[in-house]
Design a protein around this ligand. Structure first.
Ligand SMILES: NC(=O)c1ccc[n+]([C@@H]2O[C@H](COP(=O)([O-])OP(=O)(O)OC[C@H]3O[C@@H](n4cnc5c(N)ncnc54)[C@H](O)[C@@H]3O)[C@@H](O)[C@H]2O)c1
Length: 243
């Protein structure tokens, strides 16, 4: 029970990796704020947590909207007190070449994926307990990628740099900042990816379960990772190592 009496916010908690992380945080005693664009999905996550005897609340948010992010933080603190862990999981992809993509669509990806990390850190950190942790979801696409997903890959590369730099700013408060870079994980995001459907992105190797990623996220959020800071943990079943 590593998170007894701890308060966690998980974005994208209505599906996939975020859902699995919410369930594990709650199993280990946390009060979980489940934030998602699809509030019905967040409510289903909360219902599963409450049915198992845990504590959670569902919050609607577009993570790329500063005012809505600030509202999530205010409601979480009002309900559960200061925050111990923030997991920035929610993200989106586009599948259009750079020369064809609309400017607004490029910046929508950057704002949703990277801007959200900025907003939750900028407005969440002042409400965090010293000794807390932030875990940002990157991707193997920050390291090796395919055509037509440049906005996504760029946002994930930037998240890793953001994570590294922010960790230095928070050492005095002992708030650790790390990232997890998943490989192929069995979630709707993987199977809705047209590059995966067409075979342009090959996922013939190991495919992870959302619970595999939740284990890594909860490790980094816990005191088990007390000496892990400013880094990215690749959790891909060895995919990046396999040429
Ligand atoms: N599944 C994979 O193979 C894989 C691989 C590498 C990285 N990742 C990363 O893992 C994270 C989780 O992905 P997943 O596979 O669980 O995806 P998923 O599609 O199963 O879940 C994503 C959740 O985020 C929510 N969301 C999307 N946009 C949002 C917004 N603007 N505001 C609030 N919520 C929003 C969705 O409603 C959904 O509930 C993402 O950061 C993704 O980039 C996933």
């Amino acid at each position: 029970m590593r998170f007894t009496n701890k308060t966690c916010i998980v974005t994208g908690g209505g599906s996939g990796i975020g859902l699995a992380a919410c369930l594990q945080f709650a199993r280990e005693g946390a009060r979980v704020a489940v934030a998602d664009l699809h509030v019905e999905a967040a409510q289903q996550t909360v219902a599963a947590i409450v049915a198992a005897g845990g504590t959670a609340l569902a919050l609607a948010v577009d993570v790329g909207n500063s005012a809505q992010v600030q509202d999530v933080i205010a409601k979480t603190v009002a309900a559960y007190g200061p925050i111990d862990a923030i997991v920035n999981d929610a993200a989106m992809m586009t599948f259009t070449p750079i020369v064809d993509i609309a400017e607004a669509d490029f910046f929508h990806v950057i704002t949703t994926n990277l801007g959200s990390v900025f907003y939750f850190c900028k407005y969440g950190i002042p409400h965090m307990n010293d000794g807390g942790a932030i875990v940002n979801l990157s991707s193997v696409h920050a390291h090796a990628t395919t055509a037509n997903v440049v906005p996504y890959a760029s946002s994930k590369g930037a998240i890793e740099a953001f994570t590294r730099g922010l960790s230095i700013e928070l050492t005095a408060r002992k708030i650790r900042v790390n990232a997890v870079a998943p490989g192929a994980v069995d979630t709707p995001m993987l199977w809705n990816n047209p590059n995966v459907k067409s075979g342009a992105e090959k996922v013939t190797g190991a495919i992870g379960k959302p619970e595999d990623l939740a284990a890594a996220i909860c490790f980094l959020a816990s005191s088990d990772a007390a000496f892990v800071n400013g880094t990215t943990l690749v959790v891909d079943g060895g995919r990046l190592a396999n040429l």
